[in-house]
Design a protein around this ligand. Structure first.
Ligand code: ATP
Length: 588
């Protein structure tokens, strides 16, 4: 039913029990069976005890049996809690892994641009109020045993009053069906409440958190933001409480058939003279009413199915991919990369690239420049296979990128982007996760840390293991420029560990042109040997590249070394003059 890449077929909560170890499964099922047998057994045993006391028969055995049954009932209620926890933990662990694997299974990231997919991933991973598939599965066992216990009581009744038992069965099934409908409605309320809470929460974070703290104060937005927070929150509470009230009104409806069933059951006892059968009958009637009752477990079952349903739908949208190959160090030197007439648009949007043709020779440094929105980052995303070209192809050593294993190709790339990852981990992890297969290579890490002067970023006593987060004990936070040094060190670690392609997509955009030039120069000098692609919208900072490609209107409009391009009368020379005139002396 389950593999690391996904649950194989449509899953129901009960089927998830197959994921727990056999021993735990057997205990859970055995306890369910015991719980199903207890109510009819107690009714029967109580009837015998009353009968014996009325006829003056020996009471000891009957009383001892009843006491033993009641003791088992109490004990099983206590013992079942840790079993249910274990069942839920085992299933939820596997389910989370399965959802994670599915969400990460597409080669690229274009599926995340689709709001339907994003919503399904959100719902499959949501654990609102702890209603998880694992808890639903454990609850399903309890619900089945509750139903079985009630049916057992009806069977007991049917020996004396078959018609009354049949009428009760019909009425209680009716009650149960309408109860389930009410629960589905309540479940919808919970889902809606979750979506609305997300909106209200955004404004709460903006008002009280660090996210927009400066803008909110400096632009005088405080009152406006707080008003929005209050309005969204009020909207949420009002919408949810109206929907809940409507659902709860319906919750009264099942009470009518339950009441009628109780009446039918109790009336059937009229005329029975002996106290024993009367006692057994009354006990069995009360036991049978459980068939129409709403228990907490029915509620957990209804809610805990929601992530499973979302997961099922997600699987129809995202078929599970085969498990990735383990890391295999690349053989040979840096590759030659070629973009051949590559065209691309996001979804149904306008073309961003309309025919890019560009070579990067092994070990060459190629800069990609162009105005904002020219498609430079998009080109880099295609190279990393985060998206696929609509037309044309990208080849690596002559092989179409689509024919290469995406994971194996990415294992050859080191990358720093504009919004590089600031991992809430230690400084050491932030750097060494650039090449996870060499994570424990302290010598390599120390060399890279020395090259980027990382020692002054963390206190000496906690050293490399200092968490880079103010929110963690003993943690520290870094400035934007310091984080950027860490991100570049991560790329250097990856290159030293054997990555042969380096992509820098404006990680230094917030620096001034001189500082960006210095950083690019340092990084490229340190990583010479890899095939390097530098992206920038500032021409002066990449002038040392072997070749510069100017992106314009979705194509490469100029290509050559800085001295070639500056000598031609086209865009590059004109833009370079405009951008570089304030630094003319430094650049000469
Ligand atoms: N995920 C996306 N979905 C839809 N459109 C996108 C997406 N990412 C980028 N775009 C659009 O594609 C165009 C090119 O964006 P891209 O980021 O490649 O440009 P760029 O040259 O790198 O710009 P900049 O220098 O500002 O970073 C822009 O119009 C942008 O709005």
């Amino acid at each position: 039913m389950f593999s690391s890449s996904g649950l194989r077929r449509s899953v129901r909560p009960l089927a998830l029990l197959g994921l727990v170890p056999v021993r735990v499964r057997i205990i859970a099922i055995a306890m369910g069976v015991v719980e199903s047998c207890l109510p009819p057994a107690v009714a029967f045993s109580f009837g015998s005890l009353v009968e014996r006391s009325s006829t003056g028969g020996p009471l000891v055995v009957a009383a001892a049996t009843l006491v033993a049954l009641l003791a088992v009932q109490q004990l099983s209620e206590i013992a079942i809690a840790p079993i249910r926890e274990r069942v839920a933990r085992e299933i939820d662990g596997r389910f989370r892994r399965s959802v994670g694997a599915l969400a990460l299974s597409p080669v690229g990231v274009s599926h995340l641009d689709d709001p339907v997919v994003a919503d399904l991933i959100g719902r499959a991973t949501s654990e609102v109020n702890g209603f998880t598939p694992g808890r639903a599965s454990a609850a399903q066992v309890v619900v089945i045993s509750q139903v079985a216990a009630a049916l057992g009581c009806l069977v007991l009744l049917s020996f004396r009053a078959p018609l009354a038992a049949l009428a009760m069965l019909v009425l209680l099934v009716l009650a149960r069906v309408s109860t389930t409908r009410v629960l589905v409605r309540l479940n919808d309320v919970v889902v809606r409440a979750g979506a609305l809470a997300g909106r209200a929460d955004y404004w709460r974070r903006l008002a009280t958190g660090i996210e927009g703290a400066k803008e909110v104060r400096v632009f005088g937005l405080a009152e406006w933001v707080v008003d929005r927070w209050r309005d969204r929150h009020t909207d949420r509470v009002r919408t949810v409480s109206r929907a809940r009230a409507r659902a709860l009104v319906l919750a009264w409806l099942p009470l009518a058939p339950v009441g009628a069933a109780a009446l039918v059951g109790l009336l059937a006892v009229v005329g029975v003279a002996e106290p024993g059968p009367v006692a057994q009958h009354v006990m069995a009637v009360f036991g049978a009413l459980g068939l129409g009752a709403v228990s907490w477990d029915v509620f957990v079952l209804a809610h805990g199915r929601a992530p499973l349903d979302a997961y099922d739908r997600l699987r129809t949208v995202l078929p599970p991919a085969p498990a990735p190959e383990p890391f295999a160090p690349p053989t040979g030197g840096p590759p030659s990369i070629r973009f051949e007439d590559v065209a691309f648009a996001y979804g149904d949007g306008d073309p961003v690239l309309s025919g890019i043709t560009l070579d990067v020779a092994p070990g060459e440094v190629v800069a990609v420049v162009g105005v904002n929105g020219a498609g430079k980052s998009t080109c880099v995303k295609l190279l990393q296979r985060l998206y696929e070209p609509d037309r044309g192809r990208i080849t690596v050593d002559g092989v179409d990128l689509r024919d290469l294993d995406a994971r194996a190709w990415r294992d050859r790339i080191a990358f720093v982007g504009q919004d590089f990852a600031r991992l809430d981990l230690s400084l050491r992890d932030n750097v060494t996760l650039g090449a996870p297969e060499r994570r424990h290579d302290d010598e390599l890490f120390e060399a890279v840390a020395a090259e980027f002067d990382l020692a002054d970023l963390v206190p000496a006593d906690t050293g490399w293991d200092t968490p880079l987060s103010r929110g963690r004990t003993g943690g520290t936070d870094l400035s934007g420029g310091q984080w950027q040094r860490v991100a570049l060190a991560r790329a250097l670690f990856a290159v030293r560990a054997g990555r042969q392609v380096l992509v820098l997509d404006e990680p230094t955009a917030h620096l001034d042109a001189d500082a960006e030039f210095a950083v690019f120069h340092q990084v490229v000098t340190a990583m010479r040997g890899a095939s390097i692609i530098l992206v920038s919208h500032r021409l002066a900072t990449v002038r040392f590249a072997d070749r510069i490609a100017v992106f314009r209107d979705g194509v490469v409009s100029e290509l050559g070394s800085h001295s070639d391009l500056i000598a031609s009368p086209a865009d590059y020379a004109r833009m370079f003059d405009v951008q570089a005139s304030p630094f003319a002396e430094d650049l000469s």
